[in-house]
Design a protein around this ligand. Structure first.
Ligand code: ADP
Ligand code: ZN
Length: 737
């Protein structure tokens, strides 16, 4: 029955981990506490059972924006949901009350302060209540990161409705908070369900911030036209970065607590409604943002703890599709955070702050699998099959450039620290190793040390970075006001040669990064131009209905459409995320759009589904295919190259590889670029190719559309593209002597 409900209203064909168990608790009326990371799919745990049980489900939610969002989302799925909060007029409240009395509402969202009012409790007592769901339940705990007094009063629910099950949901995992939730809500022998804190679809990268804006540009380039958040640590950084990006012609909006309320709200809405793709923000942004298709979260500075990082980066990829989480860190920032800790009132708080910061620092500089560091921090382990490689972080994907003789290098650095009697900081140590003529060094007689100038051939900055990495990996530690570096027990092990650090190559050249194969996976078979077209249509429909775009359809659904390209309602029904209501509301217009597109571009429609893995971790790629994907060619395209080398046509390759012709057309472009092919004749009739080239020389090579238009539909993009690709390569040869 649950599955049927999932299918019918949400168009989902299976459960996420723990969802089924959580839903069964609700059906059985057994109290539960469900802990899942952001994006784990908590909402469905109570929404689906609410549709199976008689009566009305009451959902407590702390944020008005979140409430409205969820209710809108439910309505577009054909579920009768309403909310009551302080932002409504008396009339509206009356309307909702009448709907409820007429038993036409299945889910009611209420703010905690309203719920605990006597008159609300009385009203609810007159109804048949199916369940209570307490969202963001950590708000009851002073130990949680978002304590709210009103949540404390929710304990009246137990005494007022002894026979109704109470279910608490949160993403905060600590033992303390858990106990608080159970005690404050008076949960009865609750089922405790703790999900995995790993988010396998997030691809983590951490880089030292050096080129700043350039590094931001690299991330943005990877995500043209996609939604993303750039987090900065200060308002000033937000303003500066927003301005620089604007000057570069990129459309972004700023968000921080220093902006006027109205502007802040407007910017947030513009992001949610997809009128702007990128928001540059402080951590003030994100609470209550339920947007599921955030494709990247870029940290322009290091957060002060891994809890923060988990939460902020967790706003990416809530739809389960891969998302890019890149963190740019700098030693200066770590030092700045450290100095803010001095303001903390107690020693214990300062100590806790330092530990958080050090864990964060180790995550950045440790050169250890980022997924592993994160889940370990939250007291969990990665599944056994990912012990070797998670397949979704820069470390495991081999994107870090490591120094080959890190042991010797590490020993040189540590022995200098020892010879300096462990009384100096990182900068000083680097200067000694570099052989600097700095006054202080000469005065201290450190130019006489055997380690003086030992790394004279390395850039000073690189040496400084290595010291930082050794700190990050626990071989050195910083102490006291002046951040003096000292050798730790692990450090002594390193000096004896029984432990090896990972040290990064100096970042002189940024060679083309290897791209994760997984990135291409969930795009497999997706017709990108069609996807873009459907995105526009989605935005138009969302505007029409006054809801955010991702509520109409998620990115997963759009990709699936652009992959299957259904032109019948029956075919459309099979698209992921299409339930009955969305089929009825949007089916016709979307299939019309798809059919038109396929006809115009001679792209195969109604493609039989090949199952595409969504989660990167569920299909770890052999390392070989990753290292092959150099030069920006996607892993999925590489398999086609040998056929193209044999001169096979796109249709033939599509047949062999069992892919859509349009997809293979894309592979051909990649092949041409990869092999630097200059002659398109294996794929396009030479006479036609000549005509296309002539048109291109007049219209320019940047855009295909004007060329396409010149032929008034007589020539397809599939024919134009390879000709232009080859022409571009020939032209490059001319312009670069
Ligand atoms: P959380 O509240 O835990 O942060 P949500 O409930 O907002 O997560 O769910 C995150 C996203 O995952 C939403 O877009 C939701 O529709 C989607 N989702 C949840 N459960 C499933 C499922 N069983 N199959 C497919 N998508 C799901
Ligand atoms: Zn990893």
């Amino acid at each position: 029955m649950l599955l049927e409900t999932l299918q019918r209203y949400w168009g989902y064909d299976g459960f996420r981990p723990l969802q089924e168990q959580a839903m069964k608790c609700v059906l059985d009326g057994r109290d539960s506490l469900v802990i899942m990371p952001t994006g784990g799919g908590k909402s469905l745990c109570f929404q689906a059972p609410a549709m199976c049980l008689p009566g009305i489900a009451i959902v407590v939610s702390p944020l008005i924006s979140l409430m409205k969002d969820q209710v809108d989302a439910l309505k577009t799925c054909g579920i009768t949901a309403e909310f009551i909060n302080s932002s409504m007029s008396a009339e509206e409240r009356l309307r909702v009350a009448n709907e409820i009395r007429a038993e036409r509402v299945k889910l009611l969202y209420v703010s905690p302060e309203r719920l605990v009012q006597d008159k609300t409790i009385e009203f609810l007592k007159s109804l048949k209540i199916s369940l209570f769901a307490i969202d963001e339940a950590h708000c009851v705990s002073e130990w949680g990161h978002d304590f709210r007094v009103e949540y404390r009063q929710l304990r009246v629910l137990r005494s007022s409705f002894p026979e109704v099950g109470i279910h608490a949901y949160t993403a905060t995992a600590t033992e303390r908070v858990r106990e608080d939730i159970v005690a404050s809500l008076e949960l009865r022998d609750p089922e405790l369900l703790v999900g995995s804190f790993d988010r396998p679809n997030l691809i983590y990268k951490a880089e030292r911030r050096n080129k700043g804006l350039g590094q931001v540009g690299e991330v943005l380039d990877r995500h043209k036209g996609e939604s993303g958040i750039i987090y900065c640590t200060t308002r000033n950084d937000v303003d500066k970065l927003h301005q620089s990006l604007t000057e570069q012609g990129l459309k972004t909006l700023p968000y921080h607590a220093g902006l006027p309320d109205l502007e802040r709200r407007r910017n947030q809405e513009a992001f949610i409604e997809e009128r702007v793709d990128i928001i540059v923000a402080t951590v003030a942004f994100g609470m209550g943002i339920d947007k599921s298709n955030v494709r990247f979260v870029l940290h322009y500075g290091m957060p002060k703890s891994l809890e923060n990082y988990q939460q902020e980066s967790g706003r990416a990829g809530r739809d389960g599709l891969e998302a890019d989480c890149t963190l740019l860190y700098s030693g200066a920032e770590a030092a700045r955070w450290r100095s803010t800790l001095d303001e903390l009132p107690t020693d214990a708080a300062r100590e806790a702050g330092i530990q958080s910061l050090e864990a964060m620092n180790r995550f950045c500089t440790g050169a250890v699998c980022r997924h592993r560091v994160l889940v370990n921090y939250f007291g969990q382990d990665l599944p056994a099959e990912q012990a070797e490689s998670c397949g979704a972080c820069d470390v495991c994907l081999g994107q870090l450039d490591l120094v080959p003789d890190a042991l010797v290098l590490g020993q040189k650095i540590l022995s200098s620290v020892v010879r300096q009697e462990q009384r100096f900081g990182a900068d000083y140590t680097a200067q000694v190793l570099k052989g600097s003529k700095d006054q202080r060094i000469l005065q201290n007689g450190h130019d006489k040390l055997s380690t003086y100038g030992l790394l004279a051939n390395e850039p000073q900055k690189a040496i400084r970075d290595w010291v930082e990495q050794l700190v990050g990996q626990g071989f050195l530690k910083k102490e006291g006001e002046y951040n003096i570096v000292k050798v730790t027990p692990e450090g002594w092990a390193l000096l004896k040669g029984s432990a090896t650090p990972r040290l990064l190559q100096p970042a002189v050249t940024t060679k083309t990064k290897k791209q994760a194969a997984v990135i291409e996976d969930s795009w497999e078979g997706v017709d990108r131009p069609l996807f873009e077209l459907l995105r526009d249509l989605r935005r138009a429909k969302a505007d029409e209905h006054g809801v955010p775009a991702y509520i109409v359809f998620t990115d997963t659904a759009l990709r699936d459409m652009a992959r299957r390209r259904p032109t019948t309602l029956d075919g459309f029904r099979h698209v992921k995320g299409v339930g009955e209501k969305k089929l009825a509301d949007f089916g016709e217009i979307f299939i019309t759009c798809i059919a038109e597109y396929c006809r115009e571009h001679t792209v195969a429609a109604d493609v039989a589904q090949v199952d595409v893995p969504v989660k990167p971790s569920s299909s770890p790629k052999p390392a070989r295919s990753l290292s092959e994907s150099l030069d920006g060619a996607s892993a999925s395209a590489i398999g086609s190259f040998r056929f193209f080398r044999e001169g096979k046509s796109v249709a033939e390759v599509a047949e062999i590889m069992n892919r859509a012709v349009s997809t293979v057309g894309g592979y051909l472009s990649e092949f041409i670029r990869h092999d630097q092919v200059t002659d398109p004749s294996p794929w396009v009739e030479p006479i036609l190719a000549k005509q296309i080239e002539e048109a291109a020389l007049e219209e320019g090579l940047d855009r295909l559309r004007p060329i396409f238009d010149r032929f008034a539909g007589a020539v397809s993009y599939e024919q134009i593209r390879p000709v232009i690709e080859c022409l571009r390569i020939r032209m490059k040869g001319v312009s670069e002597p």
